[in-house]
Design a protein around this ligand. Sequence first.
Ligand code: BJW
Ligand code: ZN
Length: 249
Amino acid sequence: MTDIPAAARQAVLQARHLVVFTGAGVSAESGVHTFRDALTGLWARFDPMQLATPEAFRRDPALVWGWYEWRRQLLLGVEPNPAHRVIAALEQRLPRVTLITQNVDDLHERAGSRKVLHLHGSIFTPRCFDCEHPYKFEGAPAMAAEQPLEPPRCSSCNGRVRPGVVWFGEALPEGALTAAFSAAEDCDCLLSIGTSGLVQPAAQIPEVAAQAGATVIHVNPEAVAVHSANQYSLQGPAGRILPLLLADD
Ligand code: BJW
Ligand code: ZN
């Protein structure tokens, strides 16, 4: 019934400390765009250097803000999928789970995961570009499509409000980054789900866990190269593979 190797399933279900490390692929079956999938990824249609850098925001704040508001609108219309729900269930079942995500959506939280380390920030926590004062959204954006939109102004300094995400060239939030790397060093099993593993420094997290002796299990429709007996590549969509971990018991 299951195509998951018994040893991989056992490593997850008997973990002392499980790290779950997610990327855009975990939300793909909810209808959220990934970045680098060849036809459907955001970077196939949009240039990251024009949209996901501080320089891009300085150059054309309305272009960048409008694009993120379009994405926030899409996120408000989707739901967690079985992969998010299995991850939340693992947190209930195992003695210790650390959930680390590169995603800027809130689908893990909406599936019931209580503590999520957001390495690349959140689209739902904007702040002032100049003074970092937080900004509170009032309602959903009203966007017909991705289109330029002037960002709101900061109530403290009148600077422009920016999305609460981590752009290329920016430092990751220090607390989340430190907690993520120390969990990777401590865990005995790491599940890496739906990430291309191309963006640094997050991409080092599975490697750190592997070097510390943890079992590392990749879940991805694309085969992931593995280099030792306690690494696994479970090939398939996360919404199909992850429920198999909890099936039959
Ligand atoms: C499925 C599926 C299904 C599909 N089920 N799976 C060399 C060393 C170190 C750094 C660098 C370096 N060269 C360049 C850098 C810098 C840069 C970087 O890594 N660039 C690389 C691209 C080369 N890194 C940075 O700039 C970072 N900051 C930094 O380094 O700061 C240094 C610093 C220190 C101190 C002070 C100042 C500076 C910041 C990186 C920020 C990344 N930001 C983004 C955008 C966030 C905002 C937004 O959402 O718009 O984060 S980029 C984008 O990529 C997003 C993602 O979180 C991130 C990772 O992507 P992810 O999640 O892996 O998605 P995809 O699309 O790549 O992959 C999806 C996968 O899912 C695929 O494998 C599919 O097969 C799979 N899949 N369906 C399961 N159903
Ligand atoms: Zn401000």
